[in-house]
Structure formats: C-alpha cells, structure tokens
Design a protein around this ligand. Structure first.
Ligand code: NAP
Length: 274
C-alpha cells in the first residue's frame, strides 16, 4: 500500500475552505511569518506557505526582524486582533536565543505548536497545538486505519519538531515507542523489529528495502533535495515493492501544510467568538 498525503491534505483543505467561507462576514484568517534570515531554503518555504494561504483566502504577511527587534515585533503580533497565526521561521541566526523567542509567542497563536507552553501541554497529554509535522504523521496513520495500540513504533530522529513530539502523540495512542538518533546502537534491529517505522532523519534514501521486514508500515518524513528533486529518507522505489510506505513528495509534507492552514482558521474562529 502507498500512503498518500495528497488525499488527506485535500480533505483538510475542504474543511479550511468551509471555515474561511463561514467566517467571511466577520474575519479574514491571517498568518504572519517572522523572518530573521533570507537564505534560499527559507525563501522557498515562505513562498510555499504564501501560495497555500492565497489558495484558501488566508491573509499572509511577513515581518523582517533582527536580534534587537524580534521580541518587540512578536509582542505586537501577540496582541494584534487581526493576526491569528504566528510562525517563527527557523533556523534562527545564532545571535538570537530560540528558546526566548519561542517562549514569547502567544501559545494561542502558535499554529506550529512550537512554544514551550504547547509542548508542555502535549507532554501532559492535553495537546492544544502539537507540532504540525508530528500531528500530520499521526493523522496519516489514523486515516489509513493503522492500529497503534500495543504496536511497536520506531521513530528515527529526535528533533523537537518531529521525533520527540511524535513519540508523545503515539504514546497517547497506546503504542510502545522507541526513539532512535545518531548515537543509537543496533539501529537496524530497532527498525526491523518494529510494526511501524517513522523516518525523520534528513538523509536522502538512507533506508532501502533491506531495513524492513514484510508487513511493516513506513512513514517517511524526510524532505531532501537531490539534483533539484525532492526525495525522502526512504528509498521509495525499492521499499514500496516490499512494505507499505508513504510518498515523498505527496506525503507527510502535504498533510503538514494543510494542518498549518487548519490551525490558522481555527484560531481565527476562536478569536472571533470571543
Ligand atoms: P534534525 O533536527 O536535523 O534531526 C535529525 C535527527 O536525525 C536527529 O535526531 C539526528 O540524531 C538523527 N540522525 C541523523 N543521522 C542519523 C543516523 N545516521 N542514524 C540515526 N539517526 C540519525 O531534522 P528534523 O527537523 O527532525 O527533520 C528531519 C527530516 O524531516 C528532514 O529531512 C526535514 O527536511 C524533514 N522535515 C519534514 C517535514 C514535513 O513536513 N514533511 C517537516 C519538518 C522536517 P541526533 O539527535 O543524535 O543528531
């Protein structure tokens, strides 16, 4: 089976479209990206977010900031009733303290689920906004009715945006979760002995078919650019002949983008009702 993210993203998109239409007479949902660097990959990402916002009629704005004004700019966005979602573009330049910056974002507008407050809620088993990519993986597994209770799930990658929050979401689904990283011993065994594997490493085609046994489910979170083409952490051509695997592109990334839009309209609706 190929796990397709496009279908799920379209369903979420239908919801977003409906909400934007419902709110039309009261408010236009809006997302503001706080930008502190102008590197090429940040620009590519910003363009794709803008395109998605335009598609749904969500207002898109950017604030260029530096180390001196980033906190005061975030403060303004936090209290601006016309701003519903705030995204802090990362990586931040090294002179900016990421923890301090993320801590300063109003958790109610933290549509990416990256603030310490929202990560704390997730840890307590009461997620408000979970990090979008982690949420996207869970929604893909649920969409394809992959049972998680009592299952062995191996996550390769322990970042704060993907691996760690995903481990908490999956624990809440009663999975038994193993989180692996670059210092993990016997990674091959941990991957092969799982029922479900999540690859979130950032190494193009690191996992070929020899890593998996029949019947495993593989979700590929990786987005890597090789010779101008996007590839995952999983070698899709060989792995898809052996086990069920998600596509890249057309997989987790599409669902993640749709969830971001859904979070923005949900904040707009919540603020509108106050
Ligand atoms: P990251 O912060 O660089 O984390 C990578 C993780 O992989 C780290 O925990 C690292 O271990 C581990 N790792 C690296 N090499 C390894 C190896 N040989 N064996 C085992 N573990 C290894 O990356 P990220 O932000 O989580 O992103 C991971 C991938 O997902 C990237 O390709 C990124 O582009 C993609 N991504 C996709 C989406 C989406 O929406 N689809 C969103 C975010 C990210 P250590 O902790 O020990 O260094």
């Amino acid at each position: 089976m190929i796990l397709d993210g496009i279908e799920i993203a379209e369903k979420i998109g239908d919801y977003v479209q409906k909400k934007v239409a419902e709110l039309k007479n009261s408010v236009v949902p809006s997302l503001t990206c706080v930008v502190s660097s102008n590197d090429k990959s940040t620009r590519v990402y910003l363009n794709s977010i803008k395109k998605n916002c335009d598609k749904f009629g969500i207002n898109y704005a950017e604030r260029s900031v530096n180390a001196e004004d980033i906190l005061s700019e975030i403060d303004k966005l936090n209290t601006d009733r016309n701003v519903h979602g705030i995204m802090i573009m990362h990586p931040l330049p090294k002179e900016i303290d990421e923890f301090k910056v993320l801590s300063s974002v109003n958790p109610e507008k933290d549509v990416e689920g990256r603030t310490p407050q929202n990560l704390g809620m997730l840890l307590m088993g009461r997620p408000y906004f979970a990090p979008c990519t982690a949420q996207a993986v869970l929604e893909m597994l649920k969409y394809y009715e992959i049972q998680l209770r009592g299952k062995e799930v191996t996550i390769v990658g322990r970042s704060t945006t993907v691996g760690k929050p995903l481990s908490l979401l999956l624990l809440s689904e009663d999975a038994t979760v193993t989180v692996c990283h670059s210092k993990t011993k016997d990674l091959v065994d941990k991957v092969k002995n799982a029922d479900v594997v999540i690859a979130a490493v950032g190494k193009p085609k690191m996992f070929d078919a020899s890593w998996f046994k029949d019947g495993e489910i593989v979700i590929d979170v990786g987005i890597n650019v090789v010779d101008g083409k996007i590839v995952g952490d999983v070698d899709f051509d060989s792995v898809s002949k052996k086990v069920s695997v998600s596509k890249v592109p057309g997989g987790v990334g599409n669902v993640t983008s749709a969830i971001l839009m859904r979070n923005v309209v949900n904040v707009a609706e919540m603020m509108c009702r106050r």
